[in-house]
Design a protein around this ligand. Structure first.
Ligand SMILES: [Zn+2]
Length: 350
């Protein structure tokens, strides 16, 4: 709990000694109160190395605000709300300023500014921003509904940005709608989705992670890696990582929507014909972008690394064969959903 880390040292005017000298910038995990709830977050502070312990810490106003934001973002994560950084990402995607994003959604001009700096959004506002993030058609409809809030120049510029996003998403966008449709039956957290509602953003990151770190990745192997990641994470933390629902299929566990999830935006797929006589097409998965490791928690990264290093050199047949002797697989009848509580029987990872 008290463990702290040195981030950097720098020379500045130390307010304790009132002199210029080298001070240390440090961080530690701490607890704070947000909306009457205790949250855990990373706190930043400075240490004067020339002063006795207990009186050697100081936090300038700017850092204090940053710490507050970290505490609030921790609360948001805990409540499943967008963090200030995620809100910023959404409007950056459409190249919108804080006030333009607010006006587009029909809100007061400073609403988004407040959400990015201090205020915690309620669930209704959160949902609207999420829909705007994933659905450019919704964003476009809102722009048209609130057209009178913008100059004609600005309206055209924003409209073009939204259309650009639509083009970029293309296939991927419609595939995501298909996946959501497939998962409407699994909205509730249950033993079938590992007590987690499907998180497409996390799934895209996980797939991107494997595409970046596993050479010669093919579709069937990817599906197995996903199952191991979800099940191992479930075994450790009682929740799946992505919220995917898996079925017992002849080639092992396959998630619902396995044909669609390979079109998520973090990867690209090349179709290769295995041999000309049989018409087998195999799908080679390649990364589309370098993956941002900081999108994962340390626990998530640890599970990803464990699974990736275990199966790195397995070819498709080997991993299929390995999975076929999992109790979670053999205990479940063909074409049935594999419940996550079977994770307890997972063969050991060594
Ligand atoms: Zn000092």
């Amino acid at each position: 709990m008290c463990k702290d880390y040195l981030i950097e040292t720098m020379e500045m005017n130390c307010p304790i000694c009132n002199e210029n000298h080298i001070v240390e910038k440090r961080k530690r995990i701490t607890k704070g109160l947000v909306k009457k709830e205790v949250v855990t977050y990373e706190e930043l502070y400075y240490v004067c190395p020339l002063t006795d312990v207990e009186e050697n810490e100081f936090v300038p106003a700017k850092l204090f605000d940053e710490n507050l934001l970290r505490a609030r973002d921790s609360y948001r994560k805990h409540k499943g709300l967008l963090t200030s950084e995620e809100i910023k990402e959404i409007r950056n995607r459409y190249e919108l300023s804080q006030s333009d994003f607010s006006l587009l959604l029909g809100w007061g001009e400073v609403t988004v500014t407040r959400y990015e700096s201090k205020k915690i959004q309620d669930e209704t506002y959160d949902n609207i921003m999420r829909i705007a993030a994933n659905n450019p058609i919704f964003t476009l409809e809102n722009l048209d509904k609130h057209k009178d809030k913008f100059s004609l120049d600005k309206y055209i510029k924003i409209r073009n940005n939204i259309l650009k996003i639509m083009d970029q998403l293309g296939n991927s966008y419609f595939k995501q709608l298909e996946i959501k449709h497939l998962y409407t039956r699994y909205q509730e957290e249950s033993v079938y989705n590992g007590y987690k509602h499907l998180d497409l953003k996390k799934l895209a990151d996980v797939i991107g992670y494997f595409a970046n770190f596993i050479p010669n990745l093919y579709k069937v192997k990817l599906m197995k890696l996903l199952w191991y990641v979800d099940v191992l994470y479930f075994k450790r933390y009682g929740k799946s990582m992505t919220g995917l629902v898996y079925k017992h299929m002849p080639y092992g566990a396959l998630p619902l929507g396995y044909n669609e999830i390979i079109y998520l935006p973090t990867i690209c797929v090349n179709e290769e014909v295995l041999n000309r006589n049989n018409e087998n097409i195999i799908y080679k998965i390649k990364p589309k972008e370098t993956i941002n490791i900081s999108n994962f928690t340390l626990d998530e990264l640890n599970v990803l690394e464990t699974v990736a290093s275990k199966f790195k050199d397995y070819n498709t047949n080997q991993i299929v064969k390995y999975m076929h002797s999992e109790k979670a697989y053999t205990d479940i009848s063909e074409f049935s959903i594999i419940p996550y509580d079977k994770a307890q029987d997972l063969k050991d990872f060594k």
